[in-house]
Structures are given as C-alpha cells and as structure tokens.
Design a protein around this ligand. Structure first.
Ligand code: WT7
Length: 653
C-alpha cells in the first residue's frame, strides 16, 4: 500500500499518487505556477483552450460593477455547440456521450452524433413553441437522457433553464416557476424509483392550477411531456404536448447562434437562511470555462478512454456542472443512471460500474456511509478494477468513510479528490489535483490553481493557521452573477460580511500543512445527504399546518445523512384535542414532505410546550441542537426563561 504515516502530532496518513498515476496525469504542478504568475492570464488561457468562441474575447474580467462580475464579456459562443457539434466536427461523433441505464434495467448508448441530432430537434421544438433567447424554461424530469437534451436545447437557444429536482413538491415547483417567470415546463409522465413508477405530471398540473392572484398559469403557455413511466396522466388540451410527438415532426437541422459570454445559462434554486429559496444565476462563458477546466483537471479526464460517472441528479448543481456541462464540454463518455442505489438490489451501483467499466466515480459521503453500513461483501461481489479515481462532494467526508471508499471501492490504489464548492460557486473551488497532491483523508485540501481563498476571523483577519470562516478573495469565472430578481439579497448574503470578499457560509480550519478542513455551515442552513435545506423553510412549512402554533428546526448530526432534520413544535391550544387523537409526528412529517419534498421530511418531531428564546425573542437553536444530539446543554444564561430547557429536555428523553 502506497501510504505513509506523516510525522505530525496528529498522525495524519497521507496518500501520494502512485508514480504511474502521476506520470500519466492531465494536470501537473505547472498549473499552480502558471496561475500564480498571472491569474487572469491563466483563466483567459483556459477559456481559449477549452472552449470554441465564435467571437474571441479581448477582456478577461470586468469587476468594475462588483460584486456582479463580467468574464470574457466581449466574447461570444454557443454553449450547446461547445458541448456537442464541435465534438462531432472533430471526428468524435461515434464516441458514446451517454450510457444511460434505466432503473428497471433498460439501457441506451447515445453517441455524440446522436445527442447532437436530438438537441437540434429539441431546439426546433422549443422554437416552435415560441421560446427565444432570454426566456426561462422550467425542467422537471427524472434522470433520463431527455433531461440533458432539454437543458442543452434551452442553452442552444440562448434561453435559461431552471431545473427543479423531481423530488420537490408541486408547491416548490410552483414557487420556482413563478419566481423565474417560466414560459414552458418540460416534464415526464413519470420515472422509475425504487422498483415502481413515480408520477411527475400530477405535480406539474397542481403547480399550474389557477390559484387566486398567483401568476404561474399566466406565464406558462405549454407543458412538454416526455413518455417514460407509461402511467396515465391528466391532460390539458392546447397546453400539454407529448415530447415524443413534437420531436418526431420537428426539423432535423438547427444552426446554433452565438450569444454573449454573459448571457444567462441557468437559474438554480437553493436554500438560504430565510424561508424563500434563492434563484442562483449563472451565465455562459465563465461558467463553461471553469466547469470544463475543473472536470478535466480534478478528475484527470482522458476523454478517449475514460468512462466517468457522477451519481448526482440533474436537479442539483452537481448534476448541472458535472453531469451536463463539464463532461459534455470535454467530450467525455459518461454513465447516467435513473434510479436509486438499492433498486432492484443493494449492489446496483457496483453492477453498473462493472457493466460499463467505469473509471472515474464521483459521489457523496452520505452514499458511501450507507454502503459502509451494508457491508463490503456487497461491492466485493463485483469487478471494480476499472476504477482509477474517486471523488466526493456535498459535505465533509469523515476520514473513516474516506478510508473505506479508497480501500473497498478503490482497491487501495485510487486517488480520492474531496471537492468543496457550492451552487453559488458553480464549479469546484477547493480540491486536490490527483496527480500532484498527497491526499489527506477528511480535508478538501487546497484551492485549485486560479482560485484564491482564505480563512478569516469574525473581523476578517486571516487566521493563518486555525479555525475561522471561509472566504473567496478574488472573483472566479463560474461565480454566481446574482440572485434572480433580488440584487439586495445577493449583496447582503455574500458581500456584506467581509466587503469584496465572498462569504461562503462555511466554517473552516487551516492545519499546519496549510490544508483546509471544512467544518460545516455557520448559518441556519442544514446539509442533509449533501442537500441544502434551510431551517426557516421547514419551520414555515410546519406552521402552515393547522395544528402548529410555533416550530423550531435544527440539523442534528446523523451517522448516514450527515445531518438530519429535527423539529420542535408547539401545538395550538385550540387544536390540542384533535392533536391528541392523532399521531402528530407522523402527520407533520408527511405534511412537510408534501409541502417541500421528501428530502425535507423531519427525522424526529417533538411536541413541546415552549421553545428556548432569548429576551429579544430569538429562538436559540444551538440549545435545541445540543438536545437533539444528546449533548450536555450549553450556556443558557441568555434565555428569557432559564427553566425552559429542562422542561423541553424531559419531552425528548
Ligand atoms: C454546501 C454547498 C457542491 C455541490 C453540492 C452541494 C457543503 C459541499 C463539500 C465538501 C465539505 C462541502 C458546504 C457548502 N459542501 N462540498 N467537499 N466538504 N463541505 O452544493 O447544495 O450548494 O451546498 O455544501 O457546506 O457550503 P450546495
């Protein structure tokens, strides 16, 4: 085993890349040298080498209107052309772009030539429905090739997509459609999940139902429906159109137009500290540059031989950057899987790795921990010898899970890259380079070449070594350009804490080697299985139930999901009789799932008589978290009523 024990007091094991890996690696130490010699020149080089520009840019960064950056802004390109046509023109049309695997075992291999042809037709379908540059299109689909085709068709027209995760409720979908003013919704009848068809169309119908003064039904003119589940669906004539029919009659040819580098590419909603999700806006040239750059160098991509698999759903940013745009911009061959890891059997993922000879696997710590629980005998039944690089994303990976991942899945030979980034950063920011960095389990390690970060104290002073808050000190190409329709919130959330340095919302530590360890969110944002949820959003769902007078939600640590939602609720006096005759916890759990989506369903709900509050009325979630995690209760001296924690504690234990 090529590991060694570091002689530091912390006895940290580090794993240097093998000489063979190092010698064949795409990225070497020269990247760091080039980026530190001329950071902007470095990014301009990446943009020119990795992408095809219709109009070359002459300006790299315009930061004069900070914090809204413009990158490569006098350049023009077509994002879909960069992900498709140019690979076909370069003679790689026969290379497989997608190995799609349906949950029930049906599969399709789609080449770059075929994917390009499908996207051209889809672009014509959208044009026929009146979609133009600047419009917004909502996409609510399962993990089927049409999800990628739809995203690229929207991009090809210079319109912006807003992909909504298929697990979100009708209400969540409606809020996103309204906020973005979407003209069109692309959905499916249903998709396969855990051995059965889960319907999607009913949520779209409910989301578009006229409801008083809410405007959704005004902006949406059509719904395109992909046939996948073969389940019965409701139909609104004139509005609803079968995707398959429209594709069959659409024109095959479509000329891509050029759009400015700062043309919006997508809006993706993510949770913040208030109840209302934020529509994170990303644009074209800078975004595509950084996702292509990171996908190539962090995953050591050799597009002619690698088979890459990122297990994320396209409903999350990981699916945007490392399923759709990064891999396709780089002409990679990748696996796309529709279903859950355990359907129809617990070895499903490993069966897929074996079947397609996957070489690069990118997944989340929560998945790794659930496989650890099931035991190594399941992956050991499959041939995983094709794997040569593993990636992790979404939350800190505990060293135990890291070591298991490398040992059991990576046969003790694969480098592991722990990649830190966010919906807002658009692309990976902190990660090892697998052929360069000695990997250290549990640490995301170092900023990528071209990225500048720091860890600072509350006053904004670098801690040097020790604990503090993570900031990004220089603009980067794939940075968010704003929050859709809410510039004030954009400035306040990210740019009011430390001036012109981007405040990420994460605690971090710099160790004696200069490596960065992420310590979790410092705001009221939870991380459940690598997905972001806000305490406020779930609290407002809870108080929307007629039982609830007040609610407080905390993220408590959980062995599998990283954090779990734990809620404390006070029942209204007037509802007590009815509540007593009901399983309140079960009722409220399913209510939250219905309001937001199953991922938001609380693990535990405690009915309490009071909540711990400061004299000014602020709920002290810190104390509730202590309770939910079974810890000694912290300092209660600022509570208005110092007895309240004892009373609540009696309900929980
Ligand atoms: C938050 C961003 C990045 C795509 C998936 C999540 C946490 C993400 C790591 C990591 C420690 C991580 C942070 C961050 N996070 N990756 N490698 N190590 N923490 O995107 O939903 O926007 O969430 O996820 O807390 O702020 P997101």
């Amino acid at each position: 085993m090529d590991s060694q024990v570091d002689q530091t007091p912390h006895e940290t094991h580090v794993f240097p890349p093998s000489p063979e890996f190092r010698n064949a690696a795409v990225a070497g130490p020269e990247l760091y040298a080039a980026a530190s010699a001329d950071r902007l020149g470095f990014w301009a080089d990446q943009a020119r080498t990795l992408l095809a520009w219709d109009t070359p840019f002459t300006r790299t960064l315009d930061w004069s209107n900070a914090p809204v950056a413009k990158w490569f802004d006098d350049g023009e390109l077509n994002v879909a052309y960069n992900c498709l046509d140019r690979h076909v023109e370069a003679g790689n049309g026969e290379r497989v772009a997608l190995y799609w695997e349906g949950e029930p075992g049906d599969s399709r291999a789609i080449t770059y030539a075929e994917l390009t042809a499908d996207v051209k037709r889809a672009a014509n379908v959208l044009t026929n429905l009146g979609i133009e540059a600047g419009d917004r299109v909502a996409i609510y689909l399962p993990m089927i090739p049409e999800a990628i085709i739809a995203m690229l068709a929207v991009a090809r027209l210079g319109a912006a997509h807003s992909v909504v995760f298929g697990g979100f409720s009708a209400d969540s979908l409606r809020a996103r459609i309204d906020d973005a003013g979407a003209k069109l919704v692309i959905t499916a009848d249903g998709g396969w999940r855990k051995g059965k068809v889960s319907a999607l169309k009913p949520a779209v119908d409910a989301a578009l139902e006229p409801r008083g003064d809410l405007p959704a039904q005004d902006t949406v003119t059509n719904v395109l429906v992909v046939r996948r589940g073969e389940n019965e669906v409701g139909w609104t004539p004139g509005r609803d159109i079968w995707w398959n029919d429209a594709m069959a009659t659409a024109e095959a040819e479509h000329e891509p137009q050029s759009f400015p580098a700062e043309n919006p590419l997508f809006i993706l909603y993510t949770s913040g500290t208030t109840g209302k999700p934020k529509g994170i806006l990303h644009t074209s040239g800078g975004y595509l540059t950084q996702v292509a750059y990171t996908h190539r160098n962090v995953f050591d991509l050799h597009p002619e031989s690698d088979v890459y698999w990122c297990t994320a759903d396209v409903g999350w940013v990981t699916g945007h950057s490392y399923v759709a745009y990064g891999p396709l911009a780089n002409g990679a061959t990748q696996v796309l899987y529709e279903g859950t890891p355990d359907a129809p059997h617990a070895g499903r993922w490993w069966e897929i790795v074996e079947k397609y000879r996957v070489t690069i696997l990118y997944t989340a710590p929560t998945a790794i921990r659930s496989f650890m629980k099931l035991g190594r005998q399941i992956p050991e039944r499959f041939d995983l010898s094709s794997l040569r690089l593993l990636g992790s994303v979404g939350e800190p990976i505990n060293p135990e899970a890291w070591l298991w991942y490398r040992h059991v899945i990576g046969a003790d030979k694969t480098p592991i890259v722990d990649t830190w980034w966010q919906t807002e950063t658009g692309a990976i920011m902190i990660s090892a380079l697998p052929g360069v960095t000695d990997a250290k389990p549990g640490s995301a390690q170092v900023p990528l070449p071209g990225v500048s970060v720091d860890v600072v104290d509350d006053a904004g002073v670098s801690v040097g070594q020790g604990d503090g808050l993570l900031v990004v000190t220089e603009p980067w190409p794939s940075m968010l350009r704003g929050i859709w329709g809410d510039e004030k919130r954009f400035r306040e959330t990210y740019w009011s804490t430390f001036g012109d340095r981007y405040f990420a919302g994460d605690g971090a530590r710099i160790d004696e080697d200069g490596d960065i360890w992420l310590l979790g969110r410092v705001d009221d944002v939870m991380n459940i299985s690598g997905h972001r949820l806000s305490t406020a959003e779930i609290e407002s769902a809870l108080v929307a139930h007629h039982f609830t007078a007040e609610a407080a939600v905390v993220g408590a640590s959980d062995d599998t999901t990283g954090q779990a939602v734990v809620a404390f609720v006070i029942i209204k006096e007037s509802q007590k009789a009815e509540a007593e005759a009901t399983d309140v916890a079960a009722e409220l759990r399913s209510h939250v799932a219905k309001q937001i989506g199953a991922i938001a369903r609380p693990r535990d709900i405690y009915v309490v008589a009071e909540l711990p509050k400061t004299r000014s009325g602020k709920i002290m979630r810190r104390l509730l978290r202590d309770l939910a995690e079974g810890r000694e209760i912290g300092d209660t001296t600022t509570l208005a009523d110092t007895q309240v924690m004892r009373i609540i504690g009696d309900r929980v234990r």
